[in-house]
Design a protein around this ligand. Structure first.
Ligand code: ADP
Ligand code: ZN
Ligand code: ZN
Length: 822
């Protein structure tokens, strides 16, 4: 035994630490490879080797590693350090970090699912017979890894699954649904036979009597010059293009039936469509951009992190591109982070024209296979540059030179559920330090945290305060809803001021964006007779009415039920919608402007992979006059023809009960406003409010971030909120309300014994006190920035939670730590 080596393995479990296993003899194992190990009595997991050593564990007899899945590491040492930091800082297990980091296909956990690659025909696949039988089953339905094991009669099928996945026969994913469906188009070409000798000539002569069929053939020959080069026939023509010129679809069918033409389906891949067109033309930076670029280069040499504060439309992206090119020239890797919703075809196309196919896109909307592809190409060095959403921080970079965090203020950089509840901006800053490189945080509306760090000299600060080109900042006006309501000039929810402005824009053929940060039709439904409001069965929230499918839907858990015509409580038919969402605004607009083309962009209209891009493209192609949307419309869009933005429900955003509500409102309104007039002189923003005089709105009108900062930072200091303190929120979850409350109380008293100098809020019921049948109670710790040993405090809090869960009455209470909640 003394010769044998041991390995520490990270398992995908919410358990502390790593687990010791015996290395198999005569097999090479290195840090960062995946191994298959037994765990507990029956379970088999795929884990990652994090450390190899010769120290025999004292307290238990380790088991042997069953199998090794990789020859080369798929995770490097820097990543392992990063994972360890994340698990410590965000108070979760290494396994949870690993789970978030690895695409499902790399994890091969027994809960992963396997499906047939839609391009594969099981009959023709070059596989063993037992595997072919498996592919036939997968054609009908997906199987879990465990079920595959049972089917193939293998105790641990991971290696076989890996082989089939690498051969492209199967796909792996986390859930049964969510499968990657390639987009297909139909193409038409002439059958080879007719290209030989003079066959084509004879055919055309013969078709004299069938003019419609002849038309089609001639049309094809006009579009595809096969007479010059018969090779052109191979790619054929899009069926839709061919049929565009009023040709008969029926005759086309006949031609196909008679084997003159043939039709086939082509898979078109995600975004790479015109990547051979490289844009070599250099843009010329404006004077202001040149200065900003110069300043950034300066601060990058003296400061690890720099805040780049440039107003909307100032042209930050071109500056990032210059810096990215410089890094790539030096042989360094670059990561460009964007919030989920801002990562659009617009930005990808722009980058593709510049960098061709040498960079990767890491997006949660992509299939797992696509994500694995990016992972591998970063590993092999094929991708030196990646643009991605928050989870891209986990990619196997080995020599990052620069991380750009665009829209650094975006709350969606923070992961809520499940653990690790990390903030990708903050994680990126740590990651850049691990790589001894730089991070640039870019935004028009900095978070208070980042701005304070910049003013305190912890970050560099570079400003760009002028819009690019001839564009001015948009003019903001306020429409007084309260007044208009009294004067009876409202049309539905629209002020006369906004209606007039829309009318003018439509006349000028300009586009309009309407922003309402609530989807659905009505916020809730109430009975006019007994005032009953339909509530979710699982959560403490009212159900939102959606007219398009006539349903009441819970926005927290997705619970839904058909809308009813009579009150469930008293039977009255007088049900009234209260509060409005995007759906209702869309409908009102259609009534007021019947000739305008109106589209809606919210969670409900963008569920499928391409729907979001499709809406953006039609806005770009000016096939939409008015776009109504939630905060999805606020993120980094760049449309030339949008010159009017209308903002609804401003007061609700401003007065949301959260210490960040002013910051959010400022950011949201400024960002949405920033979509107006990006390429022209007269962008206009109309904000509907009950109180145009309120302080925040006056400040937004000045469009001076610093005055906002001065106002807000005072309150943060007075009430001990970040950036003056650090917050940790601890949530207690249980199906029984009393147990949840008692657990929170117990915890509170336990920690008050030791953390006497901390400010603690709670235990309280959060705004939504019940989610997915679990009752919640919260404690929030406000920890001073100085004089608190943060790592020790976190360890202590975790130990109290573990201790609490050993007590019989609290054993089944869930405890969730959220570090730096947003
Ligand atoms: P920001 O991200 O700061 O809001 P963008 O980078 O999207 O602004 O730039 C705003 C607009 O100005 C875009 O349409 C962009 O193409 C254009 N633009 C910026 N810089 C230049 C430049 N140097 N030359 C030409 N167009 C530019
Ligand atoms: Zn009623
Ligand atoms: Zn619910």
């Amino acid at each position: 035994m003394s010769l044998s080596q041991f390995a520490e393995i990270i398992l995908p479990l919410p358990l502390e630490g790593t687990f010791t296993y015996i290395l198999p003899e005569k097999k090479k194992v290195s840090v960062g490879v995946r191994v298959v190990v037994p765990f507990g009595k029956k379970k088999i997991y795929t884990g990652i080797v994090s450390y190899i050593h010769g120290k025999i564990p004292q307290d238990y007899q380790p088991k042997e590693i069953l199998d090794i899945l990789d020859h080369e590491s798929i995770i490097n040492e820097t990543q392992l350090s990063f994972f360890r930091w994340m698990s410590d800082y965000y108070m979760c297990s290494l396994g949870e970090v690993m789970n978030a980091a690895l695409p499902a296909a790399l994890k091969l956990s027994s809960e992963s699912f396997v499906g047939l690659n839609p391009h594969v025909d099981p009959e023709k696949a070059n596989v063993e017979e037992s595997e072919r039988a498996l592919l036939h089953v997968l054609k009908i339905h997906d199987l879990s890894v465990k079920e595959v094991g049972e089917f193939l009669n293998l105790k641990h099928p991971q290696k076989r699954i890996k082989k089939l996945a690498e051969g492209g026969f199967i796909d792996l994913f986390e859930q049964v649904k969510d499968k990657y469906q390639p987009r297909k188009v139909k193409r038409i070409r002439i059958k080879d036979f007719w290209l030989e000798g003079n066959h084509l000539e004879l055919l055309l002569a013969k078709l004299e009597s069938k003019p419609k069929q002849q038309d089609i053939l001639l049309s094809y020959l006009r579009e595809i010059p096969i007479l010059e080069n018969s090779k052109n026939n191979e790619k054929g023509i899009l069926k839709s293009t061919l049929l565009k010129d009023d040709l008969s679809a029926h005759s086309l069918k006949t031609l196909i039936r008679n084997e003159i033409l043939e039709e086939w389906e082509e898979n078109i891949s995600r975004i790479n469509q015109d990547t051979n067109k490289r844009d070599t033309a250099e843009v010329t930076l404006s004077h202001e951009q040149e200065i900003a670029l110069h300043d950034l280069r300066e601060t990058l040499t003296t400061q690890p992190t720099t805040l780049f504060h440039g107003i909307t439309g100032s042209g930050k992206t071109e500056i990032y591109i210059c810096l990215i090119k410089e890094q790539l020239k030096r042989g360094n890797q670059v990561l460009y982070l964007l919030p989920e919703i801002a990562l659009t075809t617009q930005i990808i196309k722009r980058l593709q024209r510049l960098f061709g196919n040498t960079f990767g896109v890491y997006h949660s909307r992509y299939s797992d296979n696509e994500r694995v592809e990016v992972w591998r190409k970063v590993l092999t060095g094929d991708f030196q540059f990646v643009v991605g959403v928050r989870s891209a921080v986990f990619l196997p970079f080995s020599n990052l030179g620069l991380i750009v965090v665009d829209e650094e203020h975006e709350p969606s950089y923070k992961q809520y559920e499940p653990a690790p509840r990390y903030h990708a901006r903050d994680a990126a800053i740590y990651l850049s330090i691990l790589h001894k490189s730089n991070a640039i945080l870019g935004t028009a509306t900095p978070s208070l945290e980042s701005y304070k760090n910049a003013l305190d000299g912890k970050y560099g600060l570079v400003q760009l305060a002028k819009r690019f080109g001839d564009a001015y900042e948009p003019e903001i006006t306020y429409a007084n809803i309260r007044k208009e309501r009294k004067q009876n000039t409202l049309k539905g929810n629209f002020s006369s001021e906004l209606i007039n402005a829309i009318e003018q824009s439509l006349e000028k053929k300009e586009q309009i964006i309407i922003f309402q940060n609530r989807r659905g039709y009505a916020a809730y439904i109430t009975c006019d007779h007994c005032a009953t409001i339909p509530k979710c069965a699982n959560c403490a929230v009212s159900l939102t009415y959606h007219q398009f499918n006539n349903k009441l839907i819970c926005h927290y858990c997705g619970y839904n039920q058909a809308m009813y015509s009579d009150c469930l409580h008293c039977g009255s038919k007088e049900l009234r919608p209260v509060g409005f969402g995007t759906e209702e605004l869309e409908e009102e607009l259609k009534l007021i402007f019947p000739q305008a083309i109106i589209k809606r962009m919210d969670l409900d209209t963008t569920r499928s992979k391409y729907s979001y891009q499709r809406i953006i493209e039609s806005l770009e192609n000016q096939e939409i006059d008015i776009l109504v949307g939630t905060q999805m419309v606020s993120k980094g869009f760049d449309f030339d023809k949008v010159n009017l933005v209308g903002i609804f429900d401003t007061d609700r955003i401003i007065h949301f009960p959260n210490f960040r509500s002013y910051e959010r409102a400022y950011q949201l309104i400024t960002q949405v406003s920033g979509r107006a007039g990006r390429k022209s002189k007269h962008g206009k923003v109309i904000i509907q409010t009950n109180d145009p005089q309120q302080q925040l709105l006056r400040i937004i009108n000045d469009n001076n971030y610093f005055s906002f900062y001065k106002l807000e930072i005072k309150d943060r200091e007075r009430f001990h909120y970040p950036p003056f303190t650090r917050l940790i929120t601890i949530t207690f979850k249980h199906r029984d309300k009393k147990t949840s409350f008692q657990a929170a109380n117990f915890f509170y008293h336990e920690i008050s014994k030791r953390l006497t100098n901390q400010r603690m809020i709670g235990p309280v019921e959060p705004i939504v006190g019940k989610i997915r049948t679990f009752y919640l109670h919260e404690i929030t710790l406000k920890m001073a920035k100085q004089g608190v040993n943060l790592p020790a405090t976190k360890k202590y809090l975790k130990s109290v939670a573990l201790f609490m869960q050993t007590l019989p009455s609290f054993r089944s209470v869930g405890v969730v730590f959220d570090v730096d909640p947003v």
